[in-house]
Design a protein around this ligand. Structure first.
Ligand SMILES: Cc1cc2nc3c(=O)[nH]c(=O)nc-3n(C[C@H](O)[C@H](O)[C@H](O)COP(=O)(O)OP(=O)(O)OC[C@H]3O[C@@H](n4cnc5c(N)ncnc54)[C@H](O)[C@@H]3O)c2cc1C
Length: 274
């Protein structure tokens, strides 16, 4: 947001109580896709992947891998109908807006693209193949946005002091502690440093981008943010000889697999999988 606002000439400052990416971002699996069932998100996803591709091609280190992705479609009418609908819609978005198309592929074609997958007795009917997407390092991409935002005049205030021995909220630099609506309809933002020093910033608008803390920040302005924190787990294997063999042979990663019914995904992580 800081990057996009700065790009449009908006004077803006980002307050971060810790360091950039220290919230949920640093441990995201980093999957980025050109697929989305919704209309607006489909455009945003495509725009994001295009931007990351461009930045990486220009030399920004993003660890962006684009082996494509395959969504596994179970042999059930509702999943098959939805898959056909999405593939059809992608064609329209491709012709209207230049978005990527998706393709329905057979189990044999899935196996061809991802030789390590075993579809025996799984009842998988088909896959939706999306090319040119994959996964990115979340910290690298955040820092790429931050650098560009700063270059455009955006300001980032984050922890600048050595981490204290005992970490608690008041130990962090630029913790937003209060949001007060002024008679001018502007917002007074109070931030506090580790040493207790408070700073006042007045802004026309405040964007609450506090991730899993957004309800706390919302409450400072008397706004209830109806969000809850959910656990999301992943595990990373050690190197798997078959994965390494695939990389050595093909020079790129295996496609990302997404199991729509089982609600899990698998992607390569070095020579193992996540
Ligand atoms: C295990 C896991 C895997 C995931 N995998 C993917 C994936 O593959 N692809 C994908 O797109 N998404 C994935 N996600 C989701 C993704 O990580 C989040 O949607 C994204 O990181 C949210 O970013 P954010 O900037 O909104 O929040 P955060 O990264 O949480 O940032 C919020 C920031 O606000 C700061 N903050 C909070 N309160 C205050 C305050 N009072 N004052 C100042 N600063 C404050 C915090 O320090 C934090 O840095 C995954 C998430 C998890 C947990």
């Amino acid at each position: 947001m800081l990057y996009n606002l700065a790009q449009r000439g908006v004077k803006c400052v980002l307050f971060e109580k810790g360091e950039l990416t220290c919230g949920a971002t640093w441990h995201a699996a980093g999957l980025v896709t050109r697929f989305h069932g919704g209309n607006n998100f489909r455009l945003w996803h495509d725009e994001g992947v295009n931007l990351f591709t461009q930045w990486q091609n220009e030399g920004t280190p993003l660890s962006f891998h684009t082996p494509g992705s395959i969504r596994l479609i179970p042999n059930e009418k509702s999943y098959i109908d939805e898959a056909r609908y999405q593939v059809g819609k992608a064609k329209i978005f491709s012709s209207l807006f230049g978005c990527a198309e998706h393709h329905m592929i057979s189990p044999d074609e899935i196996k061809e693209k991802h030789p390590l997958v075993n579809l025996d007795d799984t009842g998988i009917y088909a896959g939706i193949l999306t090319e040119g997407d994959g996964h990115i390092d979340p910290s690298s991409v955040t820092n790429a946005f931050a650098d560009r935002a700063k270059g455009l005049g955006g300001v980032i205030e984050q922890k600048t002091e050595a981490p204290p021995a005992a970490i608690n909220e008041s130990d962090h630099w630029q913790l937003v502690v209060a949001l007060n609506l002024l008679p001018s309809k502007q917002w007074e933002v109070i931030t506090r440093t580790a040493s207790g020093e408070e700073k006042r910033t007045v802004a026309d608008f405040v964007i609450n981008a506090a991730g899993l803390w957004c309800d706390k920040v919302g409450a400072m302005a008397g706004v209830r943010v109806p969000s809850v924190v959910l656990q999301h787990q992943y595990c990373i294997t050690e190197a798997i000889p078959e994965v390494k063999e695939y990389h050595d042979k093909h020079g790129h990663q295996l496609p990302v697999l997404r199991d729509l019914k089982g609600s899990f995904y698998v992607r390569d992580e070095r020579d193992g999988i996540l």
